[in-house]
Design a protein around this ligand. Sequence first.
Ligand SMILES: Nc1nc2c(ncn2[C@@H]2O[C@H](COP(=O)(O)OP(=O)(O)O)[C@@H](O)[C@H]2O)c(=O)[nH]1
Ligand SMILES: [Mg+2]
Length: 311
Amino acid sequence: MTLLDRLFNGDRLALARVITWLENDPDRRERLMSVLFSRTGKARRIGVTGPPGAGKSTLIDRLIVRFRLQGFTVGAVAVDPTSPFTGGALLGDRLRMQSLWSDPDVFIRSLADRNHAGGLSPATADVMTALEAAGKQVILVETVGVGQTTLDIADLADTTMVVLTPESGDSVQAMKAGLMEVADILVVNKDDRTGASHFASELRNVLEMRHNESGWRPPVLRASARDDTGIEAVYEQLNTHLAFLSQSDRLYQRRLRQSRAAITRALSEEMRRKVVSHPDYDTLIDGLCVSVARREKTPQDAARTVMARTA
Ligand SMILES: Nc1nc2c(ncn2[C@@H]2O[C@H](COP(=O)(O)OP(=O)(O)O)[C@@H](O)[C@H]2O)c(=O)[nH]1
Ligand SMILES: [Mg+2]
């Protein structure tokens, strides 16, 4: 059996190997994607973003347990190896039937964040594709929300959940980071700490003032991922949002938007590759470096010259 056949049959080692190749091996990636991609498009994709330490990974662990109880297979990927999934190995875990790590229907992976500052590594979308091709029905993706990078998560997910904590500063701060823009669901985690109730109503006030044309009002939920409280409501809202999207053609519209973003990403990669692999590229660049160093050309002019000559 080939590696891909093994992956399609749910072999974890095969999936792990393929993910590593997608991350590190551009040639293999190309060939793998052409086989994997056509097998996807049905899974539910849920993005989880928010500041570092907000409890995203812990919350995802908790949600995976819910999805498993409903019989869904789950893949999760986090672009942040510094905050690993624990597999829910926390104290007093009544709900847990088995460790997530030994569950054959759960696959969890942290991706290296190659100077993409907590955002999405370029391989993230491909890894999600591999997870789905390996049979996962629900795909959760975690990113650290900082600045613009958070906007990308909405291009990968059908539902975007923003996780904040009472101490993550005021709601204005969250707005500045663009987090409110992308949130379909807001979770105030660490409800066990003081200020959660106040912070949640502050967030609700901010949301009230926003014009929203989609017809969806992002709910603000309080939860404690550590203590496993408030998670049912989060789970329910995820389902409510999916039902909302599935009415009329909203889900389809989101998928179109995801596809557009995917094409745009591929396009810039493709253009770069085409230029860089041109036989005259090195000579051309060497000459242009001199002009730029002498300030005879701007780097932008030089780039345009390269594009014109390698076209
Ligand atoms: N007090 C409290 N701590 C929590 C809660 N949820 C997560 N934590 C802790 O916060 C820290 C960061 O959690 P993690 O899930 O790694 O955050 P992430 O960086 O957003 O993925 C860990 O030490 C967690 O145990 C919570 O609800 N209450
Ligand atoms: Mg994390």
